[in-house]
Design a protein around this ligand. Structure first.
Ligand code: G5P
Ligand code: MG
Length: 227
């Protein structure tokens, strides 16, 4: 038996607030892979007031996409940092240009697409609170923080995202419908897309596990599989 090294490059797609971050955090914990979230990384730059953070702030606040050239350059560099790891990419790509650029530098192995009705999404963003430095996300009534307004791990303040205001959420859903939906077809045509439908993350999660378990067991938890 020979031992081969093979890394698993996974992508998670879904409308704004469909639960990508929630499902991603469960996946990376269970399968011990790296979570790379474009939105979390951009918010971190905004909080630290870096040049990139200043450049992209208005786009995020208004619920608009950051231009492709900026995103492709930024995420290509971020992915280089985790090139020798198995990862789960969340939030990138969300245009056909980005999908083409990613495919050139790193064809992904599998793509998970979360399907949650828009009316559920609109309702849940009202109760979202985030811990910016870590990207940990809470929702009152779903995963309520232990102490109101504080992160469970660090005790630091939680904030609401500017783009969770109703008009920004509307804009994000519009953009998702017109610009990001074709990305789903891009991966469907490649035959690597798997869809997961549900009204809650708890309903979706067992379906994700049933799909990923055999794949990850084949690759092995540490990114190895046996042949
Ligand atoms: P992001 O950060 O990628 P979105 O809009 O794609 O933002 P978002 O809002 O981060 O996605 P999510 O990760 O899909 O949502 O969902 P989540 O955070 O897990 O869950 C949403 C809320 O619902 C949370 O409060 C969670 O606790 C709760 N929740 C989850 N499941 C349940 C449930 O079953 N029940 C209940 N009641 N609650 C639940 O991108 C942000 C911005 O960055 C820029 C853009 O400006 C974008 O708008 N950006 C890019 N721009 C261009 N190209 C890119 N590739 C870009 N990437 C980011
Ligand atoms: Mg997210």
């Amino acid at each position: 038996m020979t031992v081969k090294s093979k890394l698993l490059k996974t992508l998670i797609l879904g409308a704004p607030a469909s639960g990508k971050g929630t499902i991603s955090s469960r996946i990376v914990k269970k399968y011990n892979i790296e979570h790379v979230s474009s939105g979390d990384k951009l918010r971190d730059h905004i909080q630290k007031q870096t040049d990139l953070g200043k450049e992209v702030k208005a786009h995020l606040d208004e619920g608009k996409l950051v231009p492709d050239d900026v995103m492709i350059k930024f995420m290509t560099a971020e992915l280089k940092k985790v090139a020798n790891k198995s990862w789960l990419l969340d939030g990138f790509p969300r245009t056909i240009e980005q999908a083409n650029a990613l495919w050139k530098v790193q064809p992904v192995d599998i793509v998970l697409n979360l399907i949650v009705p828009f009316e559920v999404i609109i309702d849940r963003v009202k109760s979202r609170w985030v811990h910016l430095p870590s990207g940990r996300v809470y929702n009152i009534g779903f995963n309520t923080p232990k102490v109101e307004g504080k992160d469970d791990v660090t005790g630091e303040d939680l904030v609401q995202r500017p783009d969770d205001k109703p008009e920004a959420v509307r804009k994000r859903l519009e953009i998702y419908d017109s610009i990001t939906r074709p990305v789903i077809d891009f991966y469907k045509q490649k035959g690597i897309l798997q869809e997961f439908e549900g009204r809650t993350s708890d309903e979706i999660w067992p379906k994700v596990v049933a799909y990923l378990d055999p794949i990850v067991n084949n690759y092995g938890q540490s990114g190895y599989y046996f042949e």
